[in-house]
Design a protein around this ligand. Sequence first.
Ligand code: EPZ
Length: 422
Amino acid sequence: MDKFIIEGGYPLKGEIAISGSKNAALPLMAAALLADGETSIENIPGLNDILTFNNVMRVTGARIDYDQKAQTLNINPDNLYYPEAPYELVRKMRASFYMLGALLGKVGKAKVSLPGGCAWGPRPVDLHIEGLKAFGADIKLDKGYVVASVPEGGLPGGTYTLNPSSVGATVNLLLASVRGKGTCIIKNAAKEPDVVQLCDFLQQMGADIEGKGTSKLVVKGVSKLNGVTFRNASDRIETGTYMLLAAMHPESDITLKNTNPEDLGEFAVWFKKTGATYEIDGRDMKIISPEKIKPVSVITEIYPGFPTDLQAQWAILMAMAEGEAHITDTIYPDRFSYIPELARLGADVSVKNNSAVITGGQQLTGTSIMSTDLRASVSLVMAAMYAEGTSEVLRVYHLDRGYEGLEHKLNKVGARIKRVEE
Ligand code: EPZ
C-alpha cells in the first residue's frame, strides 16, 4: 500500500487541469450497455474506479476498450450474454450496482451482488429495489445477490417517490426504464449534474425523458437505443477540492483549467463567504485566496446544496480559519472518520452526532495519519500540505480511486509530495 511523504507550508502557484468526472462517468458507462451498437465516451479519467467498472462490464461479454492516454472509452454491448455482476467486483466499487438497471433495461434480467459495506454507512439500496418493484420488475434477494427480471417487452411502468432523494437510485431507475413499453415516473429524483448529464446522454441515444434537471422525471419506454459519441463533464468535486486547497495559503495563486463552474451549485456561494473568491474566464477559474479565512458553518444537502463529498475538505479550510465553524452532514451522519486524524495534526476538532466542530487558528504539526476513504484521504493530504514539517499519509490507494494524478498535479504547482511504496 503506497503512502505520501509531504513537506508542509508551501504556497501553490500555477495551473491545475481538472479531469473528467468519476461520478458522472460511471452512469454513462452503465447506460452505454443499453445501446444496440458501439458508444464512445471522451474525457474519462484514468481512475481505479473506472478500471474496476470496466472489468465489471467485461464480465457480461460486452467489449470494453479504454485508451487511458486519449481518455476515451469505447463500449460495445452487442455480445452481451451474461447479465451478472459478481460480488468480488461489486464489493470494490458500489456504483457497480448500476449494472442492475442497465442489465434489466437491456436484456430484461439481472443477477447483481448487493454492494458491500463502506468506510461510513449504512449505505442501503432499498430505494433502488422498491423503485424497480413499483415499475413492475420481479425482484428476489438470494445469498447476497439481487435476482431481477422484467415481463416481456420491458418494465410495465408505474410511479415511485424517492425518500430520501438518491443519486444512485435515480440512475438505476432511469437505466431500467428507458427501454420498454411502459411509462415510469420518478418523483423526488436527484438533480445532481451527474443525473442531468445522464439524461442528456440517454436522450442522445433516443430515450424519451421529460423533466430533465427537475425532481420529477417521466420516462416513456422506447424500443431501441443507439450508440453515441459523448464528452463527459469535468469533475465538480475535484474542482471544489482544489478551490479549497488554493484558498488555504494567502500567497497561493492557482488557476483551475477545464472547469464547469455552473455545476458547483450553492458551494460557490459558501466558498465566497470565507473571504476567498474566484474569477472566471471561459473554463478557467482563477482562485484569489484571502489574507484571513473567515469561519463558515455549513450543512450538507442534496444538489444544489452544499455537497457531502466536499465536507471533509471544507473542514481543512476551517482549521485555517479564525474562529469556530460547524459542519453538519445530513446525507451521511457519520462521515467524519478524518476528524481524529486531523486532531493528530494538532487541530482543535471534535464530533457530536452528525456535526463536527472546528476551532481554527492552531498551527498544525506534521505526523503520520491514516486515510479511511476517498474524500477523507484528500482532506488529510490538504492538511499535511499546511502542517509544519513532514507528514506521512498512509493508504493513499483511497485517493487513487477518485483523484487522477493528484501528486503530479500538485507538485507541478509547488507542493512537496513524494509517493513511497510501503
Ligand atoms: C452518490 O452516492 C455518490 N457516488 C457519492 O459520492 C455521494 O456522496 C452521494 O451520491 C451523495 O451525493 C457516486 O456518484 C458513484 P445516494 P449514492 O444514494 O448514489 C440514502 C464519492 O466520494 N439512500 O444519493 O450511493 C443514503 O443512505 C461518493 O465520490 C437510502 O436510504 O448516494 C444517503 O443518506 C461517496 N436508500 C442518501 O440516500 C437507498 O436505496 C443519499 O445517498 C439509496 C440511498
